[in-house]
Design a protein around this ligand. Structure first.
Ligand code: ADE
Length: 236
């Protein structure tokens, strides 16, 4: 089955602005993410914010006005990188990873996977100078209601969730279209060999070869599982 999209947005380019590029190397250097880059479907570029500090100590943060604990990421180095990149090409979104952003959902990933050029900014400390958010950031995303030590792991999660949706990244068997959430349903249970382990049996229908029945069973299980675990998905 062909992909419903034209391949106009490929390769997608993702520029990640970070203080800790070493945290991001691992997640992009293996398996599906590495393959997507090798196939030329995505280009991931890392920019170390510290390289853009004009401070003699290479500082990238400062005390917050009004007092209070915690440092704030300075406006200048971040704006320098964003404007440098924006001179080179048009960016569809400048995304800031932050616990007070909009909670990440599959539909946002679907939407972002159709874009051509994305900037993702990883926050640290108390956050970034608010003026960056006002004048440059187009979207603020949280990956969950908890606080990480920085935005890098969140950026890796977002990037992974986008990249696996690009046409050509997954093959038919792992097609992203059958993922949990794509149809507002969780995925049904899955089994592989052996058919019996310690007396625990694989549901008979899955061994039957009766594909209409298998489909019916899977749909029923997906609905049951969603009702049990994520009734909120039905409410939407
Ligand atoms: N930075 C720190 N915590 C975060 C979260 N939960 N989501 C996105 N970015 C973050």
């Amino acid at each position: 089955m062909g992909d419903f999209r034209m391949f106009v947005n490929l390769p997608v380019r993702i520029d990640i602005l970070t203080l800790l590029p070493e945290l991001l190397i691992g997640p992009f250097a293996a398996s599906i993410m590495q393959r997507a880059q090798d196939k030329g479907l995505v280009e991931i570029h890392m920019h170390n914010i510290r390289d853009y500090s004009t401070d003699k100590h290479k500082n990238v943060d400062d005390y917050q006005y009004g007092g209070g604990a915690g440092m704030v990421m300075s406006i200048e180095p971040i704006v320098t990188i964003i404007e440098k990149l924006q001179k080179q090409r048009t960016y569809d979104e400048v995304i800031y990873m932050t616990p007070d952003g909009t909670l990440l959902e599959q539909n946002t990933c679907n939407d972002l996977s159709l874009k051509k050029n994305l900037i993702i900014l990883c926050g640290h400390y108390k956050g970034i100078d608010e003026r960056i958010r006002e004048h440059f950031i187009t979207r603020e995303i949280s990956i969950g209601s908890y606080v990480l030590s920085g935005g890098e792991l969140a950026a890796a999660v977002l990037t992974d969730a986008i990249v696996r949706l690009l046409p050509g990244v997954l093959n038919d068997e792992t097609s992203a279209l059958t993922d949990s959430f794509q149809d507002k349903l969780l995925s049904p249970p899955v089994y592989t060999r052996p058919p019996e382990f310690r007396g625990w049996e694989v549901p008979k229908v899955l061994l039957s070869g009766n594909f209409p029945e298998i489909e019916k069973w899977r749909e029923k299980k997906a609905i049951e599982r969603t009702q049990e675990r994520r009734p909120d998905l039905f409410d939407e």
